[in-house]
Ligand binder design. Sequence first.
Ligand code: IMP
Ligand code: MG
Length: 178
Amino acid sequence: MNNDICEIVADEAALEKKVAEIAAEINRDYDGKVPVVVGILKGSVIFYADLIRKLNMNCELDFMAVSSYGSSTVSSGVIKIKKDISADVTNRDVLVVEDILDTGNTLYLLKDYLLEKGAKSVRLCTLFDKPERRQKPVKPDYKGFVIDDLFIVGYGLDYNEKYRNLPYVGVLKKEVYS
Ligand code: IMP
Ligand code: MG
């Protein structure tokens, strides 16, 4: 185990099992549809790569890099698009794949943005969910692990761009970031 990690949240076997469970739900719901599956860079890349290989339907792959900014106490934030989607989503079913849902600010704005672009439907899939931290009323349509208010890294998730390549997800020691 990496020295900066104090506790494993999900090891490789747990991740694989959870990804398969999420894929099964998506396969059931999107049967016969051709969704645009949008990975949110960079955190979702490993989850995304594992998930799409378990999807049975035809789908298109796309990516966005986004962040939310503005005061979190104001209900209408602004979404900052660092990399926009390349597909035309008009009348398309869009499935957004995210690493972790925290305050909800990012996905709240992103869902609106994609609907405004003309998407027929927008569903949200997140591997981790920290519901305690929510500031916006965002409910994921597909979720993996529900966790307490802990800072986790690995399997795509970073702290200062580090730890994304760990094959498991663990809690980062407090002394590393405080
Ligand atoms: P929010 O839901 O708009 O607050 O933003 C969620 C984003 O914050 C995620 O996509 C991650 O990039 C980042 N994030 C939140 N919690 C964690 C964590 O525990 N570890 C690593 N990144 C996190
Ligand atoms: Mg992220």
